[in-house]
Design a protein around this ligand. Structure first.
Ligand code: GLN
Ligand code: ZN
Length: 763
């Protein structure tokens, strides 16, 4: 048996790459500085894996920004608008494609970015034109192989496979199918493989995660064609075919028939695949199997006992020398090293494994599965004990919480009355004008505000003074909103670091790391909370600040909550119970908060759910199951409200077309969405569906420092007016304003209020 991983984190243990990139972009350091930082990260990663005992270590899994963008450069797939940038300076061209470039001579927009499968990692979307040509442009994959060799490590280069690359990209003009570009693309892959073979490469990892999706027969045929062509040309090259994040599903037979050396299985997401392989007659006895046993998407320790059982089972059919022990996917999606954490209590820490620990697990499993395992038996015992502790732990399991979830009935998910009845009651009690104006929650998080939080955390600012500062900031924001004439106010969320972290910190069942950073895109990293146990409220989460804000003004102030699905989606969640169960626990905690806010005089409550869409499973036949429990969880949290209490929800960066029916089922009294950049196009889904409740289509793109003019806002709102009943339209920005500055925020909101008032007069 051999060990391998599919990729390693690359931001550096202390986020060195993030810092180095940002300094380089700011012109503070040279290209050489940046390259040196990168070289050190790569070297550390390789030597570390070698030392721990990984037999086949990946290269080309490093990236300055994104591996799909790397592939674009490797394949010379560079959109026309970047042609005017000097191609000799590869790094500048690369960053221009990632981030756009604007100076006295040049103004080019960045390439689009989108989420990598169902992860929170964003990749750069390749752009294709008709008759797109390709060339072997950047030699990164070759250089990194040589670089690793120079450190004495013979690696397995990783490359995104041709069909997955094409499927990830976007046709920039009509009249062609991107899959037809395969003919132009394959020769470049041949060139790459040729050069790698000449260097003596033995294994090469082809990342083909589109095999985890529903793909067309044409795409399936393209995959078959690709590997046939490659194996004919390079019969000695050992192709390690990596599919991950889900089963091969209906692509399994196709995969089994490919002339590849190794087939990788993500056994964390799809444990049943073992049985498929064991029972198929299609299995080619020459094929090697990579067992993706160690979870690359989550931070829990492996269960060695279970892993060994799987290995036992598979060795009845496939001899051990044809097996790899591997991570389920690249370790890119987990933080570096648990040993850096000094503030996680030991009884929780024993259940966790970050990338470094996962390497150790892969090696341990290999040894435990073979005869010479004496040195590793203690690890087995330790692992077994930790898993037993986990299953019984009092800090995880809370019978009250479990009982509440078990006793949930349909009545928890329905408001008392239908929307029409509620709407009338709310109209009566809230007395809002036509085209009511509001914002999405947060106001600018200035340096000052962030500093208070930091100082407070470090103990340099007393809680009393911290609270005093926040209270003052809230009061200022209330006065500002009154002054410019907004109808429904917010407190501004100054006390919140992050919309999930804030809630997690106040709930039972969550723990936080200090260094658990994971790359989100480019130099941006996130530190997801770790949801380890049954979730419940220790005390009210937001009531104090919301009621304080409400006490300052006669106008309604919205209570502001993060919804259960978003809290779930943006955390590392437990793997010992279904996600739906965890989500229901969070939903009940939020429900309690809704009840408390209402009891304390808050008349409008917003429950943000920006992450509903991204939680969709990869395969469509699993969508409805997910939507059922996710939407239900939202409803559990909202439905405790009485008819007069207006429930808002907010969603950004979402396509609604194919899930609009379920969005409507959420039955929020008001939904605010992001529509300004798409010129209200995203509203179509609601219009076509005849969405029955009220909507606030965003009219201010908060991602840009640009202030929208009165005319722009008016055009957008007029579009909305044409397609929606005017009694249903709210006027608001696309999303929260925390990343903006006060100056532009003030002008933009003034414009927004101005237009709303104008429309009111015209109505
Ligand atoms: N209420 C949050 C805010 O305004 C919503 C953020 C979000 O949708 N991502 O910041
Ligand atoms: Zn938003």
């Amino acid at each position: 048996m051999k060990t391998t991983i599919l990729g390693y984190p690359r931001i550096g243990k202390t986020r060195e790459l993030k810092k180095a990139c940002e300094q380089y972009w700011a012109g503070k350091t040279t290209e050489t500085d940046l390259i040196n930082t990168a070289s050190n990260i790569k070297k550390d990663n390789w030597l570390n894996q070698q030392q721990i005992g990984i037999d086949s270590i990946p290269s080309n899994d490093f990236s300055f920004y994104d591996q799909v963008l790397d592939t674009c450069l490797t394949l010379g797939c560079i959109p026309e608008r970047f042609k005017k940038i000097n191609h000799n300076n590869l790094l500048n061209l690369y960053f221009a494609m990632a981030r756009g470039l604007q100076n006295d001579h040049i103004d080019v927009t960045a390439m689009e970015m989108t989420k990598w499968f169902d992860t929170n990692y964003h990749y750069i979307v390749p752009e294709f034109e008709k008759n797109q040509s390709f060339s072997f442009f950047s030699k990164k994959i070759i250089d990194e192989y040589k670089e690793a060799l120079s450190h004495g490590v013979k690696t397995k280069p990783v490359i995104i496979a041709p069909v997955t690359f094409l499927l990830l990209g976007k046709e920039k003009e009509t009249g062609f199918d991107k899959l037809d570009l395969l003919e132009n693309l394959l020769p470049v892959y041949f060139e790459i493989l040729d050069e790698l073979s000449k260097l003596g490469v033995e294994y090469i990892q082809f990342d083909e995660p589109c095999l985890a999706l529903d793909i067309t027969t044409k795409a399936q045929d393209a995959i078959t064609y690709t590997y046939k062509a490659i194996s004919e040309k390079f019969p000695h090259l050992k192709i390690f075919l990596a599919n991950y994040f889900d089963c091969y599903g209906n692509n399994l037979n196709l995969a089994l028939n490919l002339p590849v050396h190794t087939l990788h299985l993500d056994l964390v997401r799809c444990s049943l695949q073992i049985d498929d392989i064991l029972h198929t007659e299609n299995f080619n006895p020459k094929t090697h199997i990579s067992l993706g046993l160690v979870d690359g998407r989550n931070i829990w320790i492996n269960n060695f006992e279970d892993s060994l059982k799987i290995i036992d089972k598979i060795t009845t059919k496939i001899p051990a020398d044809k097996l790899w022990i591997a991570t389920s996917c690249s370790l890119l999606h987990v933080p570096y090293d648990l040993n850096s954490e000094k503030n996680i209590q030991p009884d929780i820490k024993q259940w966790l494994a970050f990338a470094q620990q996962k390497l150790e697990e892969v090696v341990a499993i290999k040894h435990l599965a073979s005869a010479d395992n004496n040195d590793f038996v203690y690890l087995f015992e330790e692992n077994k004990l930790a898993n037993i502790n986990k299953s019984k732990s009092k800090i995880i399991h809370n019978s009250n919480v479990k009982n509440r979830v078990n006793n949930l009935s349909a009545s928890y998910s329905e408001r008392n009355s239908t929307f029409k009845i509620r709407q009338a009651k709310q109209k009566h009690s809230l007395k809002l004008p036509l085209f009511p104006t509001t914002t999405i929650g947060s106001f600018p998080q200035t340096k000052e505000v962030r500093n208070w939080r930091l100082q407070h955390k470090k103990g340099q600012l007393s809680t009393e003074n911290y609270n005093k500062n926040i209270a003052e900031e809230i009061e200022k924001s209330i006065r500002f909103q009154e002054h410019i004439g907004l109808d429904v106010l917010v407190h501004g969320e100054f006390e919140r670091n992050d919309m999930v972290e804030y809630f997690g910190e106040r709930l039972n069942g969550f723990v936080f790391s200090d260094f658990g950073w994971v790359q989100s895109y480019g130099s941006r990293c996130v530190k997801p909370p770790i949801l380890f146990g049954d979730v419940s409220r220790k005390e009210p989460l937001t009531v104090a600040w919301s009621t304080y804000a409400q006490s300052l003004t006669p106008l309604p102030v919205k209570g502001m909550l993060t919804g259960p699905v978003t809290i779930l989606q943006w955390s590392f969640v437990r793997n010992d119970q279904p996600r739906a169960t965890t989500c229901n626990q969070i939903a009940l905690a939020i429900r309690d908060e809704v009840a408390d806010l209402e009891a304390n005089g808050i008349k409008i409550i917003q429950i943000d759910e920006p992450a509903i869409r991204e939680g969709l499973p990869l395969r469509k036949n699993e969508w409805q199951h997910y939507l059922n429990w996710a939407i239900n969880a939202f409803k559990i949290s909202a439905s405790v409200a009485k008819d007069e209490t207006q429930i808002h929800t907010h969603m950004c960066y979402s396509e609604f077309n194919d899930i609009i029916e379920d969005i409507a089922k959420m039955d929020a009294d008001v939904i605010t969405i992001e529509t300004s950049r798409s010129e209200m196009e995203l509203l179509d889904a609601f219009v076509n569906f005849k969405y029955p409740n009220e909507i606030g289509p965003g009219v201010y793109d908060i991602h840009s420092p640009r202030v929208p003019t009165v005319t722009e806002i008016e055009i957008l709102l007029n579009k909305a007016k044409e397609v929606l009943p005017k009694e249903h339209i709210w006027v608001n920005p696309d999303c929260g304003l925390k990343t903006r500055h006060w100056l532009e925020t003030k002008t933009a909101l003034k414009n927004l209020v101005f237009v709303a008032k104008k429309l009111r007069e015209e109505a």
